[in-house]
Design a protein around this ligand. Structure first.
Ligand code: NAG
Ligand code: NAG
Ligand code: NAG
Ligand code: NAG
Ligand code: NAG
Length: 566
């Protein structure tokens, strides 16, 4: 296999080249997205809004911003009339914030947290000039009015830059955030119950990235300094942690502590004699489901990067929810003395009932179980990625991945289904990618980047991505940045650069096919595959070549692959 020069330079180990996939070259680079559908929302342009997606409903999204919650129509990204909720800090809080010497921008209310409690009521929390506050909103005569307020410390960060996450489940708000102004006291928290203060075994300088409820559990994803890393220097690892929704806290003095907080490492790496790790999780998708190599599974896709002070490596790895659950049923890890290595705890040393398991009433658990889980929150096994390799890896001096959104199980003309990945970057691009081998193999990965488009002004990071399908309208991708929301098409089949059968088929995009009757690269309506359509529509996801294109000289080798090899 031919290695990429950059990769050889970075790693300096020829052995690694055996496993490292070629850095995929985008089939379709789009410098300035002329095809942008012109849908965009900027909010108040006189300041940075720090947009945060609060709720995704079928036809609208609620966006937390500076002193406001915007209600944006997904049809055209315009603000829905008379639905803006204004919510500023009180004069008293603002004055106190100013007195402490914080900037004018920081002494505002950035709405970050949301929990829907019913069709016409919800709870929201904002930074409130460094004094986080939550507020209940109810629908009255067609508008949402604010009601009861409560302290938001431990639920909402004090500043919009803090990497926090929160999820509403079973009527309660679960948050992974910071309980102080400087971001020095991290916690995972639900009303009355929390992780320990300053217990580095539980949380060690975390950056929280996302959370969701799943079954009896709430899962949190973050990166943190690894306590178990015993070599010199320090390392950051990616984690998945979980708590039970029915955790009522422990007996006696443990009554305000989790009895079910456990965490495990997420392993996103390129295998080899020395695996190459993408250690720093940046985001995690929601749970999707589909068939992979004939097997039904629920997957989550995460963005992982190398540390900021190293060369920009980014990857997307998939994990199955069943393997996440399995690791939490496995062995615990422990360090017997401060200088010994971290080792697997032998089964006979684990008390009964099993520490960290979900139980009806955790207040009746024996002290020995509760003590064990407090001192052994880390699982011994890492969660291994679902495919043997990352779904996409990319080395770039210019950018890193930030987010990934999945359009699951898009059907190609050959009847196979593919998860399409839309990947946002910290310099305002969106890459469209897929694993062409996913329908057939878990041990091999076919990394394809279909397109690479500059969607936002250069330098603006993509903070969130949502795939939107609305009946009777073209599907689109909604791209959210700090001060801008844009919608772009899901495919670029009709881009001027895709002007021949060969270039169209070479995209390897399940959304696009060459129509031999009109001589155009067309979007295939993926849900309506008329049986005879494939006679005049040419597509080949696996190889990007179709004999219907004729044997032009370009089809001898893949037109987009020519620049790839050395
Ligand atoms: C934008 O925000 C400023 C304060 O930063 C405010 O004075 C102005 O009225 C806002 N504009 C709109 C259109 O809401
Ligand atoms: C947002 O707009 C939709 C559609 O008009 C409406 O149903 C909803 O109540 C609005 N506000 C909120 C906070 O959901
Ligand atoms: C939050 O995460 C971003 C993206 O990884 C990072 O650049 C930033 O430094 C983090 N913020 C803090 C306060 O650590
Ligand atoms: C992580 O995965 C690689 C394969 O990519 C494997 O070689 C390595 O042992 C795994 N590491 C851990 C800590 O599980
Ligand atoms: C837990 O509670 C449910 C109903 O609330 C009951 O059916 C179940 O048997 C209980 N389990 C245990 C272990 O007590």
């Amino acid at each position: 296999m031919i290695c990429h020069i950059q990769i050889v330079a970075i790693i300096g180990l020829m052995s690694r080249c055996i496993a490292w996939p070629d850095d995929p070259v985008p089939r379709l680079p789009i410098k300035h997205l002329r095809e942008v559908i012109g849908q965009r929302f900027l909010g108040n342009e006189s300041h940075v809004e720090h947009f945060k997606l609060l709720e995704r409903a079928p036809t609208f999204i609620l966006i937390g911003a500076r002193n406001a919650i915007y209600n944006i129509s997904l049809h055209d990204l315009t603000e829905i009339a008379d639905q803006r909720i204004q919510w500023s800090s009180s004069i008293a809080h603002w004055e106190l914030c100013n007195l402490k010497g914080a900037s004018e921008d920081d002494c505002q209310n950035y709405v970050r947290v949301f929990g829907r409690q019913g069709p016409d009521k919800f709870l929201a929390c904002g930074t409130n000039a460094y004094k986080p506050q939550c507020k209940q909103f109810v629908l009255k005569n067609g508008v949402h009015v604010g009601g009861k307020e409560s302290d938001g410390l431990g639920l909402c960060p004090c500043a919009p830059q803090h990497n926090s996450t929160a999820v509403f489940a079973g009527g309660q708000l679960y948050a992974a955030t910071f309980a102080d102004f400087s971001g020095g006291e991290p916690l995972i928290h639900r009303k009355k119950i929390r992780t320990d203060r300053a217990d580095l075994n539980q949380l060690n300088g975390p950056n929280f990235v996302s959370s969701f409820a799943y079954g009896d559990y709430v899962f949190f994803f973050y990166r943190e300094t690894a306590v178990e890393y015993m070599n010199c220097g320090k390392a950051v690892y990616s984690r998945v942690a979980r708590v039970c929704q029915h955790d009522k806290g422990g007996p006696h003095a443990f009554n305000d502590r989790w009895t079910s907080f456990l965490k495990a490492r997420l392993n996103c790496s390129v295998p080899g004699e020395y695996p190459f790790y993408f250690n720093e999780i940046q985001s995690m998708s929601d749970v999707t489901e589909g068939f992979y190599a004939g097997r039904h599974d629920q997957l989550i896709y995460g963005v992982f990067t190398t540390p900021v002070n190293s060369i920009g490596g980014s990857a997307v790895c998939a994990f199955s929810m069943s393997s996440v659950l399995e690791v939490f049923q496995g062995a615990f890890k422990e360090q017997e003395t401060i200088n010994s290595n971290w080792l697997r705890v032998l089964p006979e040393k684990v008390p009964e009932p099993r520490p960290g398991a979900c139980v009806n009433d955790s207040r009746t658990l024996p002290d020995i179980t509760v003590n064990f889980v407090k001192t052994h929150p880390l699982m011994d096994d890492a969660v291994q990625s679902f495919f043997a390799l990352p779904v996409i890896t990319k080395v770039s001096f210019n950018y890193r991945f930030t987010r990934v959104a999945i359009d699951p199980q898009v059907k190609a003309l050959d009847g196979r289904t593919y998860d399409i990945l839309y990947i946002g970057t910290d310099d305002g691009r969106v890459l469209k990618a897929l694993n062409t081998k996913a329908p057939d193999s878990l041990s091999e990965v076919g990394q394809i980047i279909v397109s690479d488009s500059q969607v936002l002004r250069y330098g603006q990071a993509v903070k969130d991505l949502q795939v939107v399908h609305l009946a009777g309208e073209a599907s689109k991708l909604v791209v959210i940045a700090d001060s801008e929301i844009r919608a772009v098409p899901l495919h670029h089949c009709d881009s001027p650069a895709v002007n021949s059968c060969v270039t169209c088929v070479a995209l390897q995009d399940p959304h696009c096919a060459w129509d031999a009757t009109t001589d155009l690269c067309v979007a295939v309506p993926t849900k309506l595959h008329a049986n005879d359509a494939s006679k005049t529509l040419f597509q080949d996801i696996i190889n990007g070549k179709h004999k219907g294109c004729g044997y032009e000289e370009a089809s001898q080798h893949h037109p987009y692959n020519t620049q790839l090899s050395l």
